[in-house]
Design a binder for this molecule. Structure first.
Ligand SMILES: *[C@@H]1O[C@H](CO)[C@@H](O)[C@H](O)[C@H]1NC(C)=O
Ligand SMILES: *[C@@H]1O[C@H](CO)[C@@H](O)[C@H](O)[C@H]1NC(C)=O
Length: 284
């Protein structure tokens, strides 16, 4: 009895104060509701953790352009992001790109660990169920027509559509991913890089059975070359030139991939085995 009481008392001190708050950002065509299971895992394993499920750009509103989403979230979450003791971010799917943009444009953020949960970090090129929901009549070979212009760029999916056969148009007419990756130099590159590098740890989660992120290695910063062979992170131009800080982060030992087989895209956040093997230890 007394030992139990002692543990309880210690937990009241250590458990609630011991874990940084966690902010969870949802993906395309979903919202906070889909992330409740993940919130439950965190609170069960790390009692006392304050978990914030972002309730903005939910469902169809998630199709809004990603810069707009990142700027809005940067204002909305400002007090949490700048919390002196730090905060951890878990960002699912499209949300991973929103979070990268958010970190790049937030000079004062104090994000400790950024967990990217099956996010198309290096872009997307594939006909998946999600893409079919958004663009039912288009095939991957033709979608660049729709995406790589001013109008297309007003749809979130087009912001990370990365057609390896239309690289020049991607660089010129995609106003999101090439800027974020520093493929196209711009006057904010150095500032964004510095802001991004304020994180202490980057955790990259993905796996071969995802079925939505294409290629799935995009969740680990790999992507297709013009022959549709996957080039891994370390051989990507943006890594070699350290365009946005990835190489620096990696050299610091602060990029931690976690590949998990057997997980479909929509259940990454709801599978306890993914949580315990890829996320739990970083949420301190
Ligand atoms: C960066 O360039 C854009 C135009 O491309 C300009 O509007 C903006 O003011 C510049 N920002 C800085 C900080 O120089
Ligand atoms: C979680 O994923 C593993 C594959 O790693 C699978 O075997 C298991 O059945 C999944 N659990 C749930 C609850 O879906």
């Amino acid at each position: 009895m007394r030992a139990g009481l002692l543990v309880l008392l210690m937990c009241a001190v250590v458990c609630s104060g011991g874990f940084r708050p966690v902010v969870v950002v949802h993906g395309l065509l979903d919202g906070p509701k889909q992330l409740e299971k993940l919130s439950g895992f965190i609170k069960k394993e790390h009692p006392g953790t304050q978990v914030t499920l972002v309730h903005a750009f939910d469902d169809l509103a998630s199709l809004q352009p990603l810069w707009k989403q990142a700027e809005h979230l940067s204002r909305l979450l400002q007090p949490l992001l700048q919390r002196p003791g730090g905060v951890n971010l878990i960002c699912f799917s499209q949300g991973g790109l929103v979070c990268r943009a958010l970190l790049s444009i937030s000079p004062q953020h104090n994000v400790h660990t950024f967990i990217s949960l099956s996010s198309p970090l290096a872009g997307q090129y594939g006909d998946t169920d999600y893409m079919k929901k958004v663009f039912p009549k288009y095939l991957k070979e033709t979608l660049f027509h729709l995406c790589y212009n001013r109008l297309g760029q007003k749809v979130s999916v087009c912001n990370y559509w990365n057609d390896p056969h239309h690289r020049r148009s991607f660089l010129q007419n995609n106003h999101f991913l090439p800027l974020l990756n520093g493929d196209e130099p711009h006057n904010q590159s150095a500032v964004w890089r510095e802001n991004f590098l304020r994180i202490r740890k980057l955790v990259l989660i993905g796996g071969p059975d995802d079925d939505v992120i294409t290629p799935w290695q995009s969740s680990l910063f790999g992507f297709y070359d013009s022959s549709e062979h996957v080039v891994e992170m370390k051989n990507q131009e943006f890594y070699r030139t350290d365009a946005f800080g990835l190489r620096t982060l990696d050299a610091r030992g602060d990029v931690s991939p976690c590949v998990h087989a057997g997980v479909k895209h929509i259940v990454w956040h709801s599978n306890f085995s993914v949580f315990s093997s890829c996320m739990e230890k970083w949420l301190t």
